[in-house]
Design a protein around this ligand. Structure first.
Ligand SMILES: Cc1cc2nc3c(=O)[nH]c(=O)nc-3n(C[C@H](O)[C@H](O)[C@H](O)COP(=O)(O)OP(=O)(O)OC[C@H]3O[C@@H](n4cnc5c(N)ncnc54)[C@H](O)[C@@H]3O)c2cc1C
Ligand code: FES
Length: 342
């Protein structure tokens, strides 16, 4: 028999089959709760169990410890109900939700943007244009049953799209990216689930935005900024893009062109390990610290951060604790890999 999950403060209620994560059943029922990794690591889906009992699932204590459990917290992507539940969660507007679909996709284009970055364009089914929100990601389903997530770098369209652009960094020894940088051929077919995640532009806000990208974390930020520009959104945007070397900023000139053409967009590239070959005269150091130097008070801002988990985690921690950023104004996708998930 299904359990009933009631969300607070909205009062939305839905049925959750035994053994099904609370998050999954909610999404399947057309509701929208914050999530990113769906692996019990990023903590984006953390919520409070107000009434009832859950099986917390296979979650590492560094992501949810005994103290968290005592305080009522659970990670909804892993927690399954043992009774009916009342859950307090920062629910998103269900009208922002787009139900994910499974579909085949064909590799249309592969462009080497740097030694270790491939920009891959996938063709989606022509008969049913695909909807997503700027900033969301998709999953590529591998034959061994595992998945790899990639943020969508291209912009959505109200009528749906027939192509998406992805930016993939090569992780040597990585099952999928070894294939992308080795044997992948044009026209080969992959199976996708799209769209996923709650990282998207909060268009109802008028707050200025700090955008923080590390490496290929630039992909969803590109989608957010190009979407905002296309929609005529004039909220100030300051984009920090960090890499170790100049070549890590593989679309530097595109980002600079946004700033050159739009007075409300500022671009701050930051390198942590420039070499003489970079001929770098710009900012140096850690990218999340550069934003803190410029914005010691973030209390009136929204932050959108993407890329290396270490950068996203540091930004979340420091911006909230030291710069006064409200916790619910920090939006992020950390690019966790299979190694992080073990
Ligand atoms: C929400 C989200 C969005 C993402 N978006 C992007 C994106 O836009 N662009 C992007 O480039 N990436 C993105 N990622 C990361 C991406 O999903 C993949 O994890 C990444 O591409 C690596 O996949 P892989 O199969 O090549 O490597 P994997 O096989 O997953 O291996 C990853 C690395 O770990 C090492 N490794 C594997 N197993 C072990 C082990 N047991 N112990 C130690 N090391 C091990 C491998 O050698 C390799 O270096 C995203 C991740 C998430 C969660
Ligand atoms: S921990 Fe649940 S979505 Fe990442």
């Amino acid at each position: 028999m299904d359990y009933t999950i009631t969300l607070q403060p909205s009062g939305h209620a839905y049925a959750c089959p035994p053994g099904t994560p609370v998050l999954k059943a909610g999404l399947d029922n057309g509701l929208f709760m914050p999530y990113s990794c769906r692996s019990g690591i990023c903590r984006t889906c953390r919520a409070t169990i107000v009434e009832g009992r859950v099986d917390y699932g296979d979650v590492h204590p560094s992501c949810l410890d005994e103290d968290d459990k005592r305080q009522g917290y659970a990670l909804l992507c892993k927690a399954t109900p043992l009774t009916d539940l009342v859950v307090q969660v920062n629910e998103l507007d269900p009208s922002d939700a787009i139900r994910s679909k499974y579909m085949p996709a064909r590799v249309l284009k592969m462009e080497r943007a740097a030694d270790d970055v491939m920009i891959v364009t996938l063709g989606l089914p022509m008969n049913e244009p695909t909807l997503f929100r700027a900033g969301q990601y998709l999953d590529i389903l591998l034959q061994d049953g595992t998945r790899r997530s990639y943020s969508i770098a291209s912009v959505p369209d109200n009528e749906g799209v027939r192509q998406v652009e992805l930016h993939m960094r090569h992780l040597p020894g990585g099952r999928f990216t070894d294939h992308v940088f080795g044997a992948m051929k044009l026209r080969e077919i992959h199976k996708l689930e799209i769209p996923l995640g709650s990282f998207f532009l909060r268009e109802q806000s008028d707050k200025p935005m700090i955008m923080l990208a590390s490496g290929t974390g630039f992909a969803p930020i590109k989608s957010l900024i190009e979407h905002a520009l296309a929609r005529g959104i004039r909220r100030p945007i300051t984009l920090y893009w960090g890499g170790r070397k100049r070549t890590d900023l593989y679309l530097h000139d595109l980002a600079q062109s946004w700033a050159d053409r739009h007075g409300h967009v500022r671009f701050v590239p930051v390198l942590s390990e420039p070499t003489p070959a970079c001929a770098w005269t710009g900012r140096t150091g850690y990218v999340h610290l550069a934003a803190m130097e410029d914005f010691p008070d973030m209390s009136g801002h929204q932050v959108y951060a993407c890329g290396a988990p270490v950068v996203v985690d540091a930004a979340r921690r420091d911006y909230v604790a030291r710069c006064g950023l409200p916790e619910d104004e920090f939006f992020a996708d950390a690019f966790l890999t299979a190694a992080d998930k073990r």
